[in-house]
Ligand binder design. Structure first.
Ligand SMILES: Cc1cc2nc3c(=O)[nH]c(=O)nc-3n(C[C@H](O)[C@H](O)[C@H](O)COP(=O)(O)OP(=O)(O)OC[C@H]3O[C@@H](n4cnc5c(N)ncnc54)[C@H](O)[C@@H]3O)c2cc1C
Length: 501
């Protein structure tokens, strides 16, 4: 090695970057910094790395209890999995699709294939009519007869769908999707962010269903800004592929294997991974930052700090050192996921496909994933007749119905809700094991006004030397959003840190 190269390598190693938060965004950012030889420390407040991508032992199986898939668009997550040697482990879900439950006068029905955010391209299609009935179909058809001049630019998805297609399309098709995917009401979703191009197509074509048809035909890759957000049984890509589920994939053994592999790679690269260490305060120093932690007597010195936390803790940490940044988000949606392992051979027939979204207000739970019907690897891990279902609670700014319950009562409620959604009997004696976890999410990126708020936060952070911010609250929810953003932000921070050293 030449003397100057040797000096550069030593210089890089002397440059210490602290990444705060050991979720996927933090781990990916740490890897990018380590790649150029920087000395990297990751601080994770809990004892487990991975954040929302996590697993638990339930009924003798290792199961995902947070994120369980990734959006395939752009091949971004896949590229990382390739780099990590996990390409051969990638699997597609059962294409059977999901159902919608709680439809007045109908009960449960398969979620219509196609459409954009639940908005159908043909209200008379048999699967659409089954959910909205003839009155709903004729009401939606009226949209085609409205004079084009009544068309204006509407931001609110709920207002747009309600006014043009009527309440049945809104309540029975669109609201279950936005509630399940975004934990938000249609009224709060920005059409231009959730379905880019839809408003423009509406102006061109003159009807909303026609616009959906045009969008699907012309832009197969178009998709909501940040779906799939969460614990939902369907993917919501607005692409051509009609089968819900076609736009996501998973990993044999669960998404938590991505975290395991990232941790291995970071260990090999010499990154210091500190579990059970929370960052409590940031202070400016003459040549960088001091990070006050929950366990260290002296603050950690760093040339640069990359904050990869959920919105509340991120703002709390950053607000005192970033001009113009406000404190946390008081209406962050809370979701509880209850995983049940049940002895129920009646579920072998997958009576509701891969899962169920509910019409808001019809059930206590907002969605259910029949994991052992959705993923072959889960089915294979379970004994014959044993099934795994994940029931999600909490949407639209309401506390999850399970929030005040102890674990046994939460499992009991999840079991009765799952039985109702699946349309089968699931007696208490069927329950083998359960697991409950609570997540505080960020407002979805597609919420009205959200893009401006996060972009302002990002600009404010970037104005501060040696500071970076990443994570779902700024990048948008979902691994396909989080991973590229973490890479880009780490690249910016590492370049600046090396330049200064
Ligand atoms: C129930 C659920 C299911 C989901 N399913 C999917 C899915 O199937 N597919 C998909 O693509 N996306 C899914 N998502 C979204 C996706 O999981 C997230 O967008 C992504 O994992 C967020 O990663 P992150 O690193 O930004 O945040 P997090 O995963 O929240 O990580 C942040 C980390 O920071 C730590 N931390 C907090 N405070 C401190 C502190 N002061 N000091 C140090 N550490 C701290 C936390 O403990 C946590 O580990 C789901 C989300 C939820 C809630």
């Amino acid at each position: 090695m030449s003397e100057s190269l040797d000096r550069l390598v030593r210089q890089a190693h002397d440059t210490h970057v602290v990444v705060i938060g050991g979720g996927v965004s933090g781990l990916v950012a740490a890897r990018e910094c380590a790649k150029v030889g920087l000395r990297v420390t990751v601080l994770e407040a809990t004892d487990v790395l991975g954040g929302v991508v996590r697993s638990a032992e339930v009924g003798g199986m290792t199961l995902d209890v947070g994120a369980e898939s990734f959006a395939t668009r752009g091949g971004i997550v896949r590229e990382l999995l390739d780099e990590l040697g996990l390409a051969g482990e990638v699997v597609s879900p059962n294409p059977a699709g999901a159902w919608v439950a709680g439809v007045p006068g109908v009960g449960a029905a398969p979620l219509p294939k196609g459409g954009v955010l639940g908005i159908p391209d043909n209200p008379f299609a048999p699967d659409v009519r089954r959910v909205i009935g003839w009155p709903g179909a004729w009401r939606a058809y009226l949209d085609r007869l409205r004079p084009p001049l009544t068309i204006g630019h509407t931001h609110s998805l709920g207002k747009l769908v309600g006014s043009r297609l009527g309440s049945r399309v809104l309540d029975r098709l669109v609201a279950p999707v936005t509630s399940g995917v975004y934990s938000a009401r249609p009224d709060d979703i920005d059409v231009d962010l959730a379905a880019p191009g839809l408003n423009a197509a509406l102006t061109r074509v003159g009807s909303l269903t026609g616009a959906v048809a045009e969008l699907r035909a012309s832009r197969p890759a178009t998709r909501p800004a940040d779906a799939p957000a969460s614990d939902v049984p369907v993917a919501t890509g607005a692409g051509k592929a009609p089968a819900p589920g076609g736009a996501v994939q998973g990993i044999v053994g669960g998404m938590s294997r991505l975290v395991d592999r990232l941790v291995e790679v970071l260990d090999e690269a010499g990154v210091e991974l500190r579990r059970g260490v929370a960052a409590e305060k940031l202070e400016r120093t003459s040549d960088g930052w001091a990070v006050v932690t929950s366990v260290d007597e002296k603050p950690l010195a760093a040339r640069a700090v990359l904050v990869a936390l959920p919105e509340g803790p991120a703002r709390e940490l950053l607000a005192p050192v970033v001009k113009g940044l406000e404190l946390g988000d008081p209406i962050a949606p809370v979701v509880e996921v209850v995983t049940l392992v049940v002895n129920a051979p009646v579920l072998d027939a997958a009576p509701r496909g891969t899962g169920v979204l509910t019409v808001p207000g019809s059930h206590v739970a907002k969605a259910m994933t029949h994991s052992s019907a959705k993923w072959d690897w889960v089915r294979d891990a379970a004994e014959p007749g044993v099934h795994v279902v994940r029931v999600s609670f909490g949407a639209q700014g309401e506390e999850p119905a399970t929030a005040a319950l102890d674990d046994d009562a939460a499992a009991d409620l999840a079991r009765t809700e799952a039985a109702a959604m699946l349309g089968v009997e699931l007696p208490a004696s069927a329950l083998i094991d359960s697991h409950r976890v609570r997540y505080v999410q960020s407002q979805p990126a597609a919420t009205i006004g959200r893009a401006a708020a996060t972009s302002a936060a990002r600009t404010a952070v970037r104005a501060v030397d040696g500071l970076g911010v990443t994570g779902a609250w700024v990048s948008g929810t979902g691994l396909a959003q989080v991973i590229p953003d973490a890479r880009d932000e780490a690249d910016r921070v590492r370049s600046a840190a090396l330049w200064r050293s």
